[in-house]
Design a protein around this ligand. Structure first.
Ligand code: ZN
Length: 424
């Protein structure tokens, strides 16, 4: 800037100043010509000699899946994997709410595992419930990414591959890899940030919780927006949607809620509320509590309290040490003391029962449903509260034990001893 101005001849500068003066005269409101007197030691940049007029940012239609979504409208589109993979199948619905005001593109995906239907309802409810005329930015909701698995009530693709180990995929790879590649190119590339909904897997249930790679500053910032929701550090596995998206600069997290193959109203409501808080934090939606005068009684104050902070947890699995029928004595979300009974395993052959005790105090953030188990089965997932700072510094340690290890396309029966048992 300085060089450009320094290179100007005096007559040119005079003309520029005259043009500025004419510009000022044409305004019907007072305008301070910026920069001229603010710092006498520093000449004003050339472009700022003219008065600044704040232009409202224009929102253009979004081009996606060969369609244009006009600002202030919602459109339901269809996504099909490339190469005719799904010609005989139902298409995956894609709901695009293009806000009337500018803002980020938030993507909400679910059903990457076809039997995890809580997320399907969460994304359906959110993406159809948003008013695009009052939205800043865009919400792209894909309730059922894996329509193959969904239509069969299965976690997997028809070839038994796990779609959530296949991202970002390749054009020439396996069926899973091609589907992942198509979805990544057609949908994920449009996102500025992404939340992928899952549930516990293999007859386990999870308290609503965000799984985030807390070694990534953008992901840390993103995970702060969900309000009083549990946040666990998890670097994730190769091929997970959130890992692949984050790797190309789209901060992404997994949101776990409940158990597979069932619809759980409480977990669904908690997740929907967390995303609504996130959208307020991202300034995509107005805070429904804004402008409400604080009430006088304490109970009502809690209802309009400012956004609560996330709850960062360390976690560990507690396993059954004997085989038999597992019967829990705690419930999801319950706080337990060290040494407290979590459940028992009854051997129906010998009629012996053994108790499973909590090794530490904490909160039950995941647990197996009552079922027949083998020795070593991971039955309870206990979380202990920590600070964000502590969670981030633990995550940064090179050989830190994984708070939530996840499988590499294996069933729990074949998972390594050191693995956790949470399969996003
Ligand atoms: Zn899943």
């Amino acid at each position: 800037m300085r060089d450009v101005l320094g290179g100007m001849t005096r007559p040119v500068l005079a003309i520029a100043l005259l043009a500025a003066a004419v510009g000022v005269a044409a305004q019907d409101f007072p305008v301070d010509v910026p920069g001229i007197t603010a710092d006498p030691g520093r000449p004003p940049p050339v472009g700022l000699l003219l008065p600044e007029v704040q232009q409202p940012e224009l929102v253009t239609p979004l081009a996606i899946l060969d369609r244009l979504v006009v600002p202030g409208t919602r459109l339901q589109l269809e996504w099909r994997p490339p190469g005719g993979i799904s010609n005989a199948e139902i298409a995956s619905p894609v709901v695009v709410a293009r806000g009337a005001m500018p803002g980020p593109v938030l993507c909400l995906t679910a059903g990457v595992h076809g039997d995890e239907i809580n997320g399907v309802e969460i994304v359906r409810r959110l993406s159809h419930g948003i008013d695009p005329t009052r939205l800043s930015g865009t919400v792209i909701g894909v309730p059922i990414v894996n329509v193959f698995g969904y239509s069969r009530g299965s976690r997997y693709l028809p070839d038994r591959r796990d779609l959530n180990r296949s991202f970002p995929g390749t054009r020439q790879g396996s069926i899973a890899s091609r589907i992942a590649h198509g979805f990544f190119q057609d949908i994920v590339r449009h996102c500025d940030m992404l939340v992928d909904f899952h549930t516990g897997s293999f007859a386990r249930s999870n308290l609503p919780q965000v799984r985030a790679d807390l070694t990534n500053p953008d992901v840390i910032e993103f995970s702060r927006g969900f309000g009083a929701t549990v946040v666990l550090h998890s670097p994730g596995n190769k091929g997970m949607l959130r890992v692949a998206a984050t790797a190309v600069g789209i901060p992404a997290v997994t949101f776990e809620a409940g158990a597979p193959t069932r619809l759980e109203p409480a977990e669904i409501a908690q997740a929907v509320a967390a995303i609504e808080r996130l959208m307020v934090k991202l300034e995509m939606q107005e805070d429904p509590n804004a402008g409400i005068a604080p009430p006088l009684d304490v109970a009502a104050i809690a209802l309009v309290a400012p956004e609560p902070p996330p709850i960062f947890l360390d976690s560990r699995w507690v396993r059954a040490n004997s085989g038999g029928l597992l019967i829990s004595e705690v419930s999801l979300g319950q706080r337990v003391l060290a040494g407290q009974r979590l459940g028992r395993v009854i051997d129906p052959l010998s009629n012996v029962q053994r108790y499973i005790l909590a090794p530490v105090a904490g909160r039950v953030i995941g647990m197996a449903q009552n079922q027949a188990v083998l020795p070593g089965y991971a039955a309870f997932h206990l979380g202990t509260e920590t600070s964000e700072q502590q969670a981030v510094s633990e995550a940064a340690k090179p050989h830190a034990p994984e708070a939530v290890a996840e499988d590499s396309d294996e069933r729990p029966e074949t998972a390594k001893e050191t693995d956790g048992e949470d399969f996003e």
